[in-house]
Each structure stands twice: as C-alpha cells, then as structure tokens.
Design a protein. Sequence first.
Length: 182
Amino acid sequence: MRATVFSLFAAAALTTLVLFFSNSDSSRPLFPDLLVQGQTLSPAINGRVVVGDISLANVQITRTLSIGQQKFVSQVVTDANGQFSFQEMTSKEPLLGESTNRLWQDISLSYDGNDYVLWYTAIDHEMDNFIVRDALSSLACNLESSENEFNISDKRRPGLPVSVYSICDIALTQKKATQMSG
C-alpha cells in the first residue's frame, strides 16, 4: 500500500516537473526572481591615495572580487586629489562553484614599479559586506605606510571580527565612522 501511494506521488511530481519545463518560454528565466535575488558583492568604495603629503593623481586602482569560480575585475583612475571610487557591485546571476559563501576582495595599485595592497580580505559576502561598508566608504591610503592587519567588529556578531590587510588607515576610518554616528 505504501509503495503504491509513494509511486503515485512520485509520478505526480514528475508529471508536474515535465509540464513546467515543457511549457516554459525560453525568454522567461528558468527560476523566478525570488530564487535568484541580487547579491551584494561589494559595497561602494571611496578613498584617497597619497605618498606622504602628496596626492597621487592619475593612478589606476584595481578591485578584484573572487567568489566560487568567478572573478569580477573593475578599474578606476585617481583624480588630481588622489580620490577614487568604485560603485557598489551586485550580481543577479547565480554564483558558480564551491565555496560561494566566501568572497575574496582585493583593492590594489601599481606605482613606481611597486605593487601596493590598499585592501585585502576574505569575507562572508552577504553579512560582512555590511560590516566593512563604513571602512570602505572613506579609505585613507598612504603608500609610505606598511601593511597592517585590522579587525573590524560589529556589535551584532561579537567575537567574529572581519580581518582586513591594508596599508590604509582603517583605524582612522573606523574612528571617523564612530564620530559621525555618535
């Protein structure tokens, strides 16, 4: 009896799937938008690059985001004051490969024959992007600084800070964010 009920249930499910896929319009996405929501890969980024007290103008900055089997690369050039910005990056496409819950984010530049890491971190791209958003909104980067490791904490996840490697003064950025919100 159980086998018959299970067989009928399986046949009904299979029939429903066949009808769904055979009636699907090729211009319509296979999965509804509710299943493939936009995912924030990177919040907006704003910063300034200097060498000592001198603004670094017309230098290319590269943002590389790696997640699963995908890599997203974008580039901008600093203005006369050393300012740069990247727009928020989102993806409505499904992320492919294993480990799509971890995103590696690298912001770097080459100057005078040397490579500099302005920002490098591996994060949980959905939750941690919210946590690092303030730090990325006003990076203060001096090429004379050495690379440091910073921990960015969030009161919603005490004991689980986001580690960032950077030559930018993340502590100064966090202090400014705290002053603006407090």
